[in-house]
Design a protein around this ligand. Structure first.
Ligand code: NAG
Ligand code: NAG
Length: 731
């Protein structure tokens, strides 16, 4: 008899309706193109330049809109059957190695890191098959100290979680989420005991963090610290490797005598003369070191701020890999990136629509992109194995020969695997492991896996499996998107371009799904044109759009209203709020006119060899007053980052144009006459002012530290005035 599958795939309802709607929008876009191309003002007439500019922008917008349709055309939803998995395979579940990456103990606090570590150690999974590796690229003894404390705490925490089926299993998140009233009587004693213990280690760790180093007394008392003796700086030290809990050892047990998962600390060797390749380098070192210690067949990697919010997530992922019929094609299972500390109306936007709509869309063409966190990989695929039809790589558990190895041996023999020189003259960073040389190493690695013939799966259960931290200031958010869009553009221009390298290796829909992100950065030009030219011409009173009484007005109105109504409905359907959508439109504008612009320019400079892209880590701690403002949903501009100048200039330019236009209209023609020819320009300029209201507030009204710094204010006022004046005089 056919075995029942371990997962099912459902197509979205209402696809046909959506396709009809999309086709009608496309017809509208074609009419807009046609109108624009056939009505170009003759040479010498005013508005010719603006007209041609808008034609270019509209062609781009239409093209980009087509790309985004690929990820909406055919969404699929996955559902797993974890009970079937345990019935069939409970004793044959494979080994799972979890990698947690941290890079800097000051912006990624050790307490947060160990909460993530504890949450994955407490997975509902046979502990002897689970290993957790912490890669510390900061090589910080404070993080190491925190990990030792976590290992002690785990002996109480894990049995507590299992006894009371606690969720989530990050202690910090658990103690915040649970109210003492919700604790039933028999649990109360244990609850207060474990809470006290956690508060205790929290305090110990905070003390050490304040002190800035680990005291001599602690260093001599605890194992492993001697490895820091040869440490000279975070860029110059030997490999530091410590098996904190050796899960293969029968004596590694919690307070109730149950086995504990393996826990390993790794700070790979760093030398100034060797490039360390950021997170990709750390991941590759982890892949090798873990192969020598636990060698789990399944790898999970999470960022240090992304704790597990669902202790069953490994089982969800295994339902895909162990499915008898389709499992052998799947290279990785990606969970969406969700954030724990979003405000109600998502001040700096979130990945909501990407997670809930677009990821499901690309899933039907071959699978979601690998986004570097919350992703389960087959070890052999990540190490470069090609897909072949007949060959079914077996996920099932095998008893390993290395079981009787002593504790020192794997440590010593693994150290060389994490050395700077190990990768010389090997395929690591090229065909094996994560690829080097790209700010989004994850996307390019995922793409190459897809191009080797594998599929991936998007697993998005209602209860989110991983929760991370979103940026809480505007400059942080802009920098994050700059890195993402820059990396994606670099991939487009690289050897592994989704446009040509992927051609023929994966489906067209899948290519389009990738290209939608590759072209992120390129959106800046069309957006700039559309938010500058119509307003400048408004100041002059020159019309760039059909008048309201002309039939050509209809396609413009249809495309604009249709597109925005859809986007609004989609946003609400994904669980967002009305104000959240409005905030998202603002962030959309800011990303395109700042992050993407800088990313585009940097990429071009980079490709001519001028600048070197750096990997900027997003801060995970915020000042008290910054986080107060964040909670109140007040935009935080804060520092004089050059990325703020274009935003402020653009907003002011629109304000000046609008004011100038109103003055002119009152003086001369009277509002009613201009209304017919300039309607769309007035509305566009007005909308840009409305969306920028919080920015004007931050320019002129706010007194707190998060307002726009004076230097930025002056620069952008000067730029806006000069632009308006020059444009007026060139008339
Ligand atoms: C995280 O898990 C808890 C249960 O432990 C659940 O109530 C909550 O909704 C989850 N968070 C998200 C964002 O899904
Ligand atoms: C790093 C950071 O800003 N964390 C914040 C996340 O949001 C909560 C409340 O929404 C804050 O308390 C944290 O400080």
């Amino acid at each position: 008899m056919e075995k029942e599958p371990l997962f099912e795939t459902k197509r979205a309802k209402g696809r046909v309706l959506y396709r009809v709607f999309a086709a009608s929008i496309f017809a509208g876009i074609c009419l807009v193109w046609f109108y624009r191309a056939s009505h170009i003002p003759k040479a010498g007439e005013d508005g010719r330049f603006g007209w041609i500019g808008l034609l270019g922008a509209e062609i781009w917008f239409g093209f980009y809109w087509l790309l985004t349709q690929a990820s909406r055309w055919n969404p699929v939803y996955r559902h797993t059957f974890k009970d079937r998995l345990s019935q069939r395979y409970e004793n044959e579940l494979p080994g799972v190695d979890v990698f947690v990456c941290t890079a800097d103990a000051t912006i990624e606090p050790p307490l947060m890191v160990i909460n993530t570590v504890l949450s994955v150690m407490a997975y509902d999974y046979p502990p002897e098959k689970l290993s957790v590796y912490l890669s510390d690229d900061g090589g910080s003894e404070i993080t190491y100290y925190a990990l030792l404390e976590a290992a002690e705490f785990a002996k109480q925490w894990i049995p507590y979680c299992k006894r009371y089926k606690v969720e989530p299993r990050s202690p910090a998140a658990y103690f915040v989420s649970i109210s003492a009233d919700a604790i039933v009587d028999h649990q109360a004693k244990d609850f207060w005991a474990i809470k006290k213990l956690y508060k205790h280690i929290e305090k110990e760790i905070e003390n050490i963090v304040k002190l800035g180093c680990v005291s001599e007394e602690v260093r001599s008392r605890r194992k492993g610290f001697s490895q820091w003796d040869s440490y000279s700086s975070r860029r110059d030290h030997d490999t530091i490797l410590q098996i904190v809990i050796d899960g293969r050892n029968q004596n590694a047990t919690d307070v109730e005598g149950c086995r504990l998962p393996t826990l390993v600390y790794l700070a790979r060797e760093k030398r100034p003369q060797y490039h360390h390749n950021f997170k990709a380098g750390a991941m590759n070192a982890l892949i090798r070191v873990s192969s020598n210690i636990s060698n789990g067949k399944l790898l999970l990697n999470v960022d240090c701020d992304m704790y597990s919010n669902n202790s069953m997530a490994i089982r969800d992922a295994l339902c895909f890999f162990m499915d008898e019929e389709k499992g052998h094609e799947i290279a990785y299972v990606q969970f969406p990136q969700n954030f724990e500390n979003l405000t109600k109306n998502e001040l700096y936007a979130s990945l909501r629509v990407i997670n809930e709509v677009e990821a499901h869309g690309v899933d039907s063409y071959g699978g979601p992109l690998y986004i570097g966190s919350g992703c389960f990989h087959r070890r052999d695929t990540l190490c470069g194995r090609k897909f072949s039809k007949g060959c079914k790589s077996d996920m099932k558990w095998e008893n390993r020969k290395g079981e009787e190895l002593g504790i020192h041996e794997p440590e010593e023999s693994s150290k060389s695997l994490a050395s700077c020189t190990f990768e010389e003259n090997t395929q690591w960073g090229k065909e094996m492991g994560l690829k080097y040389g790209c700010p989004v190493e994850d996307i390019i690695t995922g793409l190459s896996i897809h191009c080797r013939g594998w599929k991936s799966v998007n697993c998005n259960p209602t209860r989110k499996a991983f929760l991370g931290l979103a940026p809480t200031t505007l400059p942080d958010m802009l920098v994050q998107y700059k890195r993402w869009s820059e990396g994606n553009l670099q991939i487009l221009l690289s050897k592994y371009s989704p446009a040509w390298y992927a051609y023929g290796k994966t489906s067209l829909g899948h290519q389009l799904g990738y290209l939608r992100y590759s072209f992120w950065a390129a959106n800046c030009w069309a957006t700039l044109v559309y938010s500058i030219l119509p307003s400048l011409y408004l100041l002059r009173g020159t019309s760039l759009f059909p008048q309201i009484s002309s039939p050509w007005f209809i396609p413009f109105a249809y495309v604009i209203i249709g597109k925005y109504t859809w986007s609004f409905a989609e946003f609400l359907w994904c669980g967002g709020t009305t104000l959240g959508w409005w905030n998202e439109q603002r962030i959309w504008l800011y990303q395109r006119t700042s992050s993407y612009l800088f990313a585009f320019i940097d990429t071009i400079l980079h490709s001519f060899g001028y600048s070197d892209s750096a990997f900027v880590i997003t801060a995970k701690v915020a000042d008290e007053d910054v986080s107060q403002r964040y909670k109140k949903e007040i935009l935080e501009f804060g520092d004089s980052s050059p990325m703020l100048t274009p935003l402020a200039t653009l907003a002011l330019l629109n304000l000046y144009c609008f004011a100038g236009f109103v003055k002119e209209a009152i003086n001369r023609k009277g509002i009613a006459q201009v209304y017919d020819t300039l309607t769309l320009q007035i509305m566009l300029c007005g909308a840009l002012i409305l969306i920028n209201l919080p920015l004007f507030q931050a320019l002129y009204l706010r007194k707190d530290k998060g307002k726009i710094p004076a230097t930025v204010t002056f620069k952008s006022m000067a730029c806006a005035v000069i632009a308006c004046t020059c444009f007026q005089f060139s008339y």
